[in-house]
Write a protein that binds this ligand. Structure first.
Ligand SMILES: Nc1ncnc2c1ncn2[C@@H]1O[C@H](COP(=O)(O)OP(=O)(O)OP(=O)(O)O)[C@@H](O)[C@H]1O
Ligand SMILES: [Mg+2]
Length: 594
């Protein structure tokens, strides 16, 4: 139960729901227990009258019959009245305790989601998305089963037990003993059956997620699958997984089929004992026939709570395991945190001082003792072969990771001393792998700003040379992107991401290979805009193109994580190093294509 104690603050928060629930449960059970007593009284009355009835003359018989039916009607009204009261209180008991569980579920899910959004990149690399999703959906639901149904049935069980057994003992302790004899057996067997059912359901859930991910991957990669003519293999794999699902589902159905018969058998055993032992006592004149009927009703009333003991035990066990997984998630602290509430003004002077970065999971040294600096308002290009560490520089500047060695200074202060949120607010980043949300184009462009002004959205789209592309779409700026909407080309996505970053009007802009998928005409067009828009802003261009369209103040060249060349375009050409050779290559291909 230790793991579930973390939920206690929630109980405290919703204590009124809980206490009211307790009152309603008690009230509902109180009226429930009164019903068998009324029925016993009615039956005893009938029996008593029947004995007297036979000795009466015709006219008196009529009067007595009248009296009896009046009392019976009265009994019926009372019983129905009690049932209605029990029902109303039951309604409110669910309205309080089940509602409480839903409110806590809502709070808990929000808490987990908020916690997850605070986590950094390394967390999402070490936790599979599917696993995180399972914790947020299934585990939270399992915990809710404990908070709602389990708590409700536990409270219900205890109150009903105390009241019913008290009423039974008042009638006859011996009969009570016999009536209750088979019930522990029922409880234990239900516990094992429920446990088995839970295990089998989990196995089914797991297989279902395998099926889901198989189908999802098949449909996402359908183009590749078709081009390699691999449909039959994928179908075979899916069929095999489907078969496994069927086997597991059938196995669950078998166990579930045991549930009802087992319950009925043990209840029948209880009833049989009541009738047998009670019958003897009626014969001996110790009890009335009404008592037997009363007892049978009590035994029936106890059926559900006794069944629920086993059920509650297995729900609590499951919730315990789920809460453990949730707690593990909540205990992870992000590595990258905001260490300063104070906000320093931001000018954009940036310096890398002997920066080394090693990816902790792979041990790859992506940057090796790299030093460079740029002044506010300058334009820097980072140039280098693939996997030379360029994108890592972008990620470090955005504090997606923190350096392994060395330091990054922004405006002469260590990057960690700056307010993290302010820093990110003032920086624009267009990452290499563009991600757009499944939303409208205008919502994507204006993602970084509060004011979603139509004209400025269009202005930024025009500047990024994507406006004409957007206007050709069926709903123009209102077109949905993604699965249920339009599919954009790589270059279109890049330009929308550029418009999104520019619209935020950042002080420092980092563009990671953002023009790789646009043709050279478009590149020139955007470069023209960049030149005017980036006036006075610090900007970093990660690029594979050795042209100087943007008149960089400085170009740094990386090779295997090391800085190998540094200087202006002309200086690097004179240097005759890697940059110059690529420049020459690109110039020749451009000449040839013209
Ligand atoms: N998230 C990551 N986890 C582990 N290793 C990584 C990660 N990202 C990059 N690397 C490794 O770090 C090295 C540098 O990668 P980086 O992405 O910085 O290169 P790049 O210069 O941007 O390459 P490209 O031009 O292909 O984009 C590579 O060897 C890469 O395998
Ligand atoms: Mg890269």
């Amino acid at each position: 139960m230790k793991q579930l104690f973390t939920l206690n603050p929630y109980f405290l928060k919703y204590k009124y729901h809980f206490v009211l629930g307790l009152i309603f449960v008690t009230g509902s059970n109180y009226f429930g227990v009164l019903i068998p007593q009324k029925i016993r009284e009615a039956l005893d009355l009938v029996q008593e009258k029947i004995v007297g009835f036979k000795q009466l003359s015709g006219a008196d018989k009529g009067i007595m019959f009248e009296e009896l039916s009046n009392s019976l009607i009265w009994f019926s009204i009372t019983v129905v009245g009690f049932m209605i009261l029990k029902g109303i209180l039951m309604f409110y008991m669910r309205q309080t305790i089940i509602v409480m569980s839903r409110l806590i579920e809502y709070d808990q899910r929000k808490e987990i989601f908020e916690h997850l959004t605070r986590m950094d990149q390394s967390f999402f690399k070490s936790h599979k998305t599917g696993d995180i999703m399972a914790r947020i959906s299934e585990d939270v639901s399992k915990v809710r089963n404990y908070l709602g149904p389990a708590v409700l049935y536990a409270v219900n069980m205890v109150t009903l037990f105390v009241m019913t057994i008290y009423a039974m003992l008042k009638v006859d302790p011996l009969l009570t003993f016999y009536a209750l004899l088979p019930l522990p057996l029922l409880s234990i067997s239900i516990y094992y059956v429920s446990k088995l059912i839970n295990q089998k359901s989990t196995a089914i859930q797991q297989q279902l997620s395998v099926l889901n991910s198989t189908a999802q991957e098949t449909f996402s990669g359908i183009r590749v699958i078709k081009s390699y003519v691999k449909e039959p293999q994928f179908f075979q794999f899916f069929s095999k997984q489907s078969e496994e699902f069927k086997i597991r589902a059938l196995s669950l159905a078998k166990v579930e089929a045991w549930f009802q018969p087992l319950m009925i058998l043990l209840i029948a055993l209880s009833t049989l004992l009541v009738v047998f032992v009670g019958g003897i006592q009626v014969f001996e004149g110790k009890l009335s026939a009404g008592n037997i009927a009363e007892f049978i009703l009590y035994v029936n009333m106890l059926t559900w709570p006794v069944t629920s003991i086993g059920w509650i035990a297995s729900i609590v066990q499951e919730a315990e395991a789920s809460q453990k997984r949730i707690n593990e998630l909540l205990e992870v602290k992000p590595d990258i945190t905001n260490q300063n509430q104070h906000i320093y003004p931001f000018f954009g002077k940036t310096e890398f001082r002997n920066v080394t970065y090693i990816y902790p999971d792979t041990g790859i040294k992506a940057l090796d003792n790299v030093s460079f600096s740029i002044e506010p308002g300058q334009k820097l290009a980072i140039f280098g072969k693939t996997a030379s560490g360029k994108s890592t520089i972008g990620d470090l500047m955005f504090r997606i990771f923190d350096v392994t060695e060395g330091e990054i200074l922004i405006d002469d202060k260590n990057i960690k001393e700056h307010n993290l949120y302010y820093l990110r607010q003032k920086m624009g980043y267009v990452p290499q792998d563009v991600f757009l949300f499944s939303d409208t184009i205008s919502a994507n462009i204006s993602f970084g700003v509060e004011e979603k002004d139509k004209n400025s959205i269009q202005h930024y789209a025009e500047s990024s040379a994507v406006h004409d592309d957007i206007m050709r779409l069926p709903d123009a700026y209102g077109s949905m992107i993604g699965e249920r909407g339009v599919t954009l080309s790589g270059g279109q996505k890049q330009r929308i991401a550029i418009a999104r970053a520019f619209m935020k009007e950042p002080e420092v802009l980092i563009l990671d290979d953002s023009l790789s998928a646009v043709d050279s005409n478009t590149e020139q067009k955007i470069s023209q805009y960049f030149l005017s828009a980036l006036e006075g802003k610090t900007s970093i261009f990660i690029t594979h193109r050795a042209n100087n369209l943007l008149q960089y103040d400085k170009i740094i060249v990386l090779e295997n994580g090391k800085l190998v060349e540094e200087g202006k375009h002309e200086e690097l050409i004179k240097n005759n190093g890697f940059y110059a050779s690529i420049y020459e290559q690109q110039r020749m291909t451009a000449d040839n294509t013209v």
